[in-house]
Design a binder for this molecule. Structure first.
Ligand code: GLN
Length: 277
């Protein structure tokens, strides 16, 4: 008999770092219930369609697919976002970027740009926290722009907009007070790309050339043409890239350059301010 408890106990996910949690999330979804329902009704039996849904999801997880893609959603900041294979799964590390961005500028009207927005996670978190800001999110991938737009509509955030653009390619003449980005920054030969959840994420959202800095270099070079005087550029990067990113920022005229640590203690973001003479 397939009771909730027996299914959770027998779920075989040896390659997952969080097997019990994964099984609970997949089972809750198959039942259309919350995880607390599973704890309240461990003896409840699944009907045939529920069992079929759960087993299909479990098989996908056993093949290595990230739970967020199977569920089609992921929590980020205080938002529940739809996610899909075309975009990176939002990471808790990236909440540091949101937190820092919120502290850089007052809540008064500001023009903010999120480059490589993916699911729209950063742009929507900023738009939700600062109703006075106008947040533009751009992505090179059309499916990502459509996904971010669906998230925006579901979350009813009228002060965000999403358009297709390869970095700044479709933003000629626009100026912002703040530009943020979580660009790809992993080295092409990084062995982590062959392990775990990242295998299923688009490499266009992860990999940036031999040293992982190709896209960051391009963004830092071009950002001054799209920033107002006194505007900020704020970038997420790899745990060992802070020195290189700070050097690039200074070389392109940014002041007040500094890095901040994520919850894991790694220098995860760097920022600078453009003060024109
Ligand atoms: N932090 C992510 C990882 O290590 C990478 C995200 C990115 O390249 N922007 O998997």
């Amino acid at each position: 008999m397939a009771t909730i408890e027996s299914l959770l106990t027998s779920a075989d996910l040896p390659d997952s770092p969080t097997p019990r949690l994964d099984a609970e999330l997949l089972l809750a979804q198959a039942l259309g219930k919350s995880r607390s329902y599973l704890h309240t009704w461990p003896e409840r039996e699944l009907d045939a369609p529920q069992l079929e849904r759960y087993q299909a999801s479990l098989a996908r997880r056993q093949a290595g697919e990230p739970v967020a893609y199977i569920l089609g959603r992921q929590g980020f900041w205080n938002l529940e976002l739809e996610v899909a294979q075309h975009t990176l799964i939002p990471r808790p590390d990236t909440e540091l970027l949101v937190e820092t961005a919120l502290a850089l500028l007052p809540a008064t009207p500001q023009r903010v740009l999120d480059l490589g927005t993916g699911s729209g996670a950063i742009a929507l978190a900023l738009a939700g926290e600062r109703p006075g800001w106008q947040v533009m999110g751009v992505d090179r991938i059309a499916e990502a722009v459509l996904l971010a737009e669906r998230n925006r509509i579901r979350l009813k955030l009228g002060n965000a907009r999403f358009v297709e653009s390869h970095w700044f390619s479709c933003l000629a003449g626009q100026r912002y007070q703040l530009i943020v980005s979580n660009p790809p920054y992993i080295r092409a030969d990084d062995r982590h790309l062959a392990q775990g959840d990242v295998r299923f994420e688009p490499s266009s959202a992860l990999v940036a050339g031999a040293d992982g800095l190709d896209d960051i270099r391009l963004i830092i070079q071009q950002a001054p043409d799209y920033l107002d005087a006194g505007g900020w550029l704020l970038l997420e990067h790899g745990f060992d890239q802070a020195d290189a990113v700070c050097e690039l920022l200074r070389a392109h005229g940014f002041n007040a350059v500094e890095s901040r640590r994520d919850l894991g203690g790694h220098q995860r973001i760097s920022l600078g301010r453009l003060i024109n003479e």
